[in-house]
Design a protein. Sequence first.
Length: 210
Amino acid sequence: MDPENHIAEFWRKNKCEYAGDVVSLEVIRLSKKYINGEVLDAGAGSGSLISKIPNALGIDLAPKDSKIIKGDITKMPFEDKRFGTVFATEVLEHLSDDILEASLKEIKRVLRPGGFFILTVPYNEDIEKNKIECPKCGEKFHKWGHLQSFDENKMKHILEDKGFKIVGIKALPLSGMAKHRFLKHFKWLIQKATGRFYPTNLFVISKNES
């Protein structure tokens, strides 16, 4: 089985909640004023984000919603400059260097000039720390399939190299904010006591400059 089909088969069988689903409401809240025109969610998971945005559709290797097209984000079946906003929530960390490069070029192609690319990734993750070992073959692999780790500088370099302008970039505790919606207003008071509100995600809004 080739790598693309292997990944698709894994996510078809996945019964766990997608990381992007957990933070979708917070992502929409934080990016509301940048959502316009037709919206695409690249790597849409179960469709949680697009279900909350009018005029939105998704693309994923293993679609789990009728509004999600089956497809690869490195070669999407959309015309140039179609979308006003493109999301990728908890997706880019799963991509190898070559696939990340191709995916960002493709996202830029389908995004209209002046449109916004909004994304989240795990923040400054220690990839090695989250690897586990197969008890049968001894192979080590990341327990969630992450291949990339990002901080502010790396993300700025990658996006600016592809012609995106950074509008905003923040390290945020998105999972904690989503799961504890009332407590988040007091996050700085309880951060040390609970550990729930340390930055876990990098939230980025960028603009297509061409």
